[in-house]
Design a protein around this ligand. Structure first.
Ligand SMILES: Nc1ncnc2c1ncn2[C@@H]1O[C@H](COP(=O)(O)OP(=O)(O)O)[C@@H](O)[C@H]1O
Ligand SMILES: [Mg+2]
Length: 252
């Protein structure tokens, strides 16, 4: 559903994302795991079509985003790590606005928006201006808006950061339900715990390169044998403690 080929981003002489190849199959919750500065946000912004690659290609459902950006973007919802919301809209208006970007309106959209806001305990706030929302409420609104237009693919940058435990649980269930219906999610995270708890497959990125990818079972196997096992990969990634934690999780 998402295919990256030799995707590259350079900022001046610095290469943030270095010729990565990646395929995210339909119907999966795919984790993009790596430490801070690894290149996750840069990659996701290129997939969402808001950052132009230096090289390589992004395909969404077989459509090259550089060749046909509108068609590719119509399939896609993006939840950025630092979202922008118009402060002078109410929650309900913001949902309507996002649906409108995808040429959707009417009773079905209103119904979906209502359900999503209710799911995240925002129904009482739906007619209040976003400027009065807390950080967590804004985040829940942004997440809701990505689901309002029935995207086939949702790309999410660090969705668990800043959510309270209840919202985190709702989000986890919503993501699972969404992929169970044949949709696709690619989410970044810097914590192994989150990837382990939520994702079907993961790819590990560090210093702009994919270091390992597969299902947890496959990664577990590679952690047990081989010189370039997961332990070593993670030692290089984030230091000894993270490596130990990883092995504990994988062996649990
Ligand atoms: N606009 C930019 N200009 C220069 N360097 C950048 C820019 N955006 C990100 N970087 C650098 O690219 C690297 C990858 O950043 P990012 O994709 O945000 O990583 P992650 O999301 O994995 O933490 C980091 O070293 C970061 O400092
Ligand atoms: Mg980031």
């Amino acid at each position: 559903m998402i295919r990256l080929q030799q995707l590259t981003k350079r900022y001046g002489s610095f290469t943030a994302v270095n010729a990565i190849d990646l395929e995210v199959p339909r119907g999966q919750l795919f984790g993009f795991l790596g430490p801070n500065g690894a290149g996750k946000t840069t990659t996701l912004r290129m997939i969402a079509g808001i950052l132009r690659p230096t090289g390589g290609t992004v395909e969404i459902g077989g459509i090259d985003i550089a060749r046909d950006p509108m068609a590719a973007k119509m399939k896609l919802g993006f939840i950025p790590d630092r979202p922008f919301i118009y402060e002078k809209l109410t929650g309900a208006e913001f949902m309507r606005f996002v649906a409108g970007l995808y040429d959707q309106e009417g009773p079905e959209v209103e119904h979906r928006a209502r359900e999503l806001l209710a799911l995240f305990d925002l129904e009482e706030w739906r007619d209040e201006l976003v400027e009065s929302y807390s950080h967590g409420m804004r985040q829940k609104l942004i997440i809701s808006s990505a689901f309002v237009h029935r995207a086939e693919v949702i790309v999410v940058d660090e969705p668990m950061v800043g959510l309270d435990p209840k919202a985190a649980r709702i989000l986890k269930d919503l993501f699972r339900e969404y992929v169970n219906r044949g949709n696709t999610i690619m989410m970044s995270t810097h914590t192994l715990e989150v990837a382990e708890a939520m994702c079907d497959r993961i790819a590990i990125i560090q210093a702009g390169k994919i270091r390992a990818s597969g299902t947890m079972a496959e990664l577990r196997q590679s952690a047990e044998g081989g010189a370039e096992g997961l332990e070593e990969i993670f030692l290089k990634l984030t230091g000894e403690n993270a490596a130990r934690e990883l092995i504990e999780v994988l062996n649990a």
